[in-house]
Design a protein. Structure first.
Length: 96
């Protein structure tokens, strides 16, 4: 039986900040096996975000082996964000 997916402490704040600027956010972290935390739709562009807690030391923010494997197998970018401000800035910088 699979364990519940771990959620970084700042994920709820990231989701809230993104939704405040009009991003449609679907949490998908529960899929596990390295799948990123959030599927975002903004300005007609889909974006995958992996949330890491920026308050933790860098060693605690490293990607898991499953995350590394999943990301390396993709043909589209997966962005890693560590704060609500970083996530909002990233989504606002992406042009359709």
């Amino acid at each position: 039986m699979r364990r519940a997916a771990k959620v970084d402490a700042n994920q709820a704040d990231v989701v809230k900040a993104l939704r405040q600027i009009g991003v449609v956010v679907t949490p998908i972290h529960q899929l596990g096996k390295g799948v990123p935390d959030l599927l975002c739709s903004y300005r007609q562009v889909w974006t995958l975000l992996e949330v890491k807690d920026g308050e933790k030391p860098p060693s605690a923010r490293e990607l898991t082996p499953d995350e590394k494997r999943w990301i390396s197998a993709q043909r589209a970018p997966v962005f890693i964000v560590t704060s609500p401000l970083e996530a909002v800035g990233l989504l606002q910088s992406i042009k359709p």
